[in-house]
Design a protein around this ligand. Structure first.
Ligand code: NDP
Length: 483
C-alpha cells in the first residue's frame, strides 16, 4: 500500500483533480465504474505520471496507505450513497471518505452522522473552478467530521488555488454539511453575479445601442477597476469572440437558460431560514423567465411598453451609472449571501469562519474577484460584524454611488428594459436602511381579519394586543393560524 489517496469517478472533475494531486507529489490510485476509462486515462492524460489504476474498488482500497482516504467525484445524488455502500465493506475504523461532488448539504449532514456511527470519517467538500480550476487550483470548501481534516489538509491545501501571498483557497469550513452549504451559497452568488452582468449588458446594448466590440472595450475597462473579477474578464472575452462568418458569436446564442439546482437550493434555504436573499431569488426566476421563450415571443406581439424613449444623452455618464449600479447591487448580493451563511451557521451550530470563506472564494472559483479581498478585510477588522453593509468600506461605496444606481434604474424603467436583480438590490437597500416599514399596516390587517394580535411602539416588545376592529368580533385572539 503506497498511495496517498484513492479517487473514484474519472469524469472531467475527477481526472483533473487527480492530475493536480500528482503534480503536487501525491501518489493517487484511481477507479471508475466504467472500468475501461481507468485504462484510457492511464494510457492518455495520465501517461508518464505516478498515478496507479485499479480495476475494482477492492483493489483501489488495497493500494492505499492508512488511514485510507477515498475521494468520490461522481454524479451528485443517489450515486454517492451507492458508491459509499460499495466502498464501506473494504474500509476500517478511522478511514476517510470524501465526497467532492455538488451534493445537497442535507445529504452531507446525514452521511457525516451515518458514517461516524460506523467509525468512518466523512468529508463533504465543495470544489469550484470547473475543469481549469480542478486541474490547476480550485477553491475547496471542506466540511464534515472535524477529525478527518488533519488527514486531508495537506493534500487539499497543496492542490487549491493560492492568493497573491500564497495562502491557499481552502480551509476547514465547519461540521457536517457546512462545506457543501458554503459551496451552495457560492453557486447562488454566482447566479446573482451572472444575472447582474447580463442586466448591465442589456442596459448598454438596448439602452445605448452598443455593439459587441464596444461592449468588449467597456467590460475590459471595468475589469481594471473595482469590478475586477473572473466573470467580468470572461464577459469581455465573450463579446470579442467571432463566429465562423466573422460576426459576433454572442448575437447568435439563444436567449434561454436552465438552472441546475444549486441556485434554487440557495433560494429555498433562504426561505426556510427566513432570510431576504432577494437577489439570488430574482436571478433564479430570471432564468425561469428566459426559458419561456415561446410565450415571450407571443407576448412581445401584444404587450406594449415604452418606445421612442430617448436614450441618455451623456453616454459616458450612463456607462458609469451602470457600472456603479452593478457594483452596488453586487455588494447587496454578497451582504445577503453572508446573512444566509450567518443564519445557517446559527441554525446548524456550525462555527463558520466568515473571513475564511471570503478567502476561499478569493481565488480558484467562478466568483473570484478583487472585491472578495474587501470582504475578507471587513471580517478581519471585525469578526463579529453583523452585516457587511455596516462595514465602513461597503457603506462608504453605497453612500457614494447610490445616486448613480438610482439613475441607471430610472433609465431602465423608462426604456422598458428589465433589471430584476438591480431593482431588487435597491429595494433591499432602501428597506434595510428604513427605520419604520409599513409592516404596521400588515399587522393591523392580520389582526383585523384573523385576530393575530400586534405589538405596539409605546409598549415593551413581546406584549401582544388585539383590537375589536369592527365592534362585531369577540375578545379572543388567535394563537394557531399564522397567515
Ligand atoms: P459527472 O457529474 O458527469 O459524473 C460522472 C461520473 O460519475 C463518472 O465517473 C461516472 O462513471 C460516475 N457515475 C455516474 N453514475 C454513477 C453510478 N450510478 N455509479 C457509479 N458511478 C457513477 O462528472 P463531473 O466531473 O462533471 O462532476 C463530478 C461531480 O463534481 C458532480 O457532483 C458535479 O456536480 C461536481 N462538480 C462539477 C463541476 C464541473 O464543472 N463539471 C464543477 C464543480 C463540481 P461512468 O464513467 O461509469 O459513467
Amino acid at each position: 500500500a503506497s498511495c496517498d489517496i484513492g479517487l473514484i469517478g474519472l469524469a472531467v472533475m475527477g481526472q483533473n483533480l487527480v492530475l493536480n494531486m500528482n503534480d503536487h507529489g501525491f501518489k493517487v490510485a484511481v477507479f471508475n465504474r466504467t472500468v475501461s476509462k481507468v485504462d484510457d486515462f492511464l494510457a492518455d492524460e495520465a501517461k508518464g505520471t505516478q498515478i496507479v489504476g485499479a480495476h475494482s474498488i477492492e483493489e483501489l482500497v488495497r493500494l492505499l496507505k492508512r488511514p485510507r482516504r477515498v475521494m468520490l467525484m461522481v454524479k451528485a445524488g443517489d450515486t454517492v450513497d451507492q458508491m459509499i455502500d460499495h466502498v464501506l465493506p473494504h474500509l476500517e475504523a478511522g478511514d476517510i471518505i470524501i465526497d467532492g461532488g455538488n451534493s445537497l448539504f442535507t445529504d452531507s449532514n446525514r452521511r457525516t452522522k451515518a458514517l461516524a456511527e460506523k467509525g468512518i470519517l466523512f468529508i463533504g467538500t465543495g470544489v469550484s473552478g470547473g475543469e481549469e480550476g480542478a486541474r490547476f487550483g480550485p477553491s475547496i470548501m471542506p466540511g464534515g467530521n472535524p477529525a478527518a481534516w488533519p488527514h486531508v489538509k495537506d493534500i487539499f491545501q497543496a492542490i487549491a488555488a493560492k492568493v497573491d501571498d500564497g495562502t491557499p483557497c481552502c480551509d476547514w469550513v465547519g461540521e457536517d454539511g457546512a462545506g457543501h452549504y458554503v459551496k451552495m451559497v457560492h453557486n447562488g452568488i454566482e447566479y446573482g453575479d451572472i444575472q447582474l452582468i447580463c442586466e448591465a449588458y442589456d442596459l448598454l446594448k438596448r439602452g445605448l445601442g452598443f455593439t459587441p466590440d464596444e461592449l468588449h472595450d467597456i467590460f475590459a475597462e471595468w475589469n481594471k477597476g473595482e469590478l475586477d473579477s473572473f466573470l467580468i474578464e470572461i464577459t469581455a472575452e465573450i463579446f470579442a469572440k467571432k463566429d465562423e462568418d466573422g460576426k459576433p458569436l454572442i448575437d447568435k446564442i439563444l436567449d434561454t437558460a436552465g438552472q441546475k439546482g444549486t441556485g434554487k437550493w440557495t433560494a429555498i434555504s433562504a426561505l426556510d431560514l427566513g432570510q431576504p436573499v432577494t437577489l439570488i431569488g430574482e436571478a433564479v426566476f430570471a432564468r425561469c423567465l428566459s426559458a419561456l421563450k415561446d410565450e415571450r415571443i407571443e407576448a412581445s406581439k401584444v404587450l406594449t411598453g415604452p418606445s421612442g424613449v430617448a436614450a441618455p444623452s451623456d453616454r459616458d455618464a450612463f456607462i458609469e451609472d451602470v457600472r456603479r449600479a452593478l457594483y452596488c447591487s453586487k455588494i447587496i448580493s454578497y451582504a445577503q449571501g453572508y446573512m444566509l451563511l450567518r443564519e445557517a451557521g446559527k441554525e446548524n451550530h456550525w462555527n463558520l469562519n466568515m473571513g475564511g470563506i471570503a478567502l476561499m472564494w478569493r481565488g480558484g472559483c467562478i466568483i473570484r474577484s478583487r472585491f472578495l479581498g474587501k470582504i475578507k478585510e471587513a471580517y478581519d477588522k471585525n469578526h463579529a460584524l453583523d452585516n457587511l453593509l455596516l462595514d465602513n468600506f461597503f457603506f462608504g461605496v453605497l453612500n457614494q454611488y447610490q445616486a448613480s444606481w438610482r439613475k441607471a434604474l430610472v433609465h431602465a424603467i423608462e426604456l422598458g428594459i428589465p433589471t430584476p436583480a438591480f431593482t431588487t438590490a435597491l429595494a433591499f437597500y432602501d428597506g434595510y436602511r428604513t427605520e419604520r416599514l409599513p409592516a404596521n399596516l400588515l399587522q393591523a390587517q392580520r389582526d383585523f381579519f384573523g385576530a393575530h394580535t400586534y405589538e405596539r411602539i409605546d409598549q415593551p416588545r413581546g406584549k401582544f394586543f388585539h383590537t375589536n376592529w369592527t365592534g362585531r368580533g369577540g375578545r379572543v385572539s388567535s394563537t394557531t393560524y399564522n397567515a
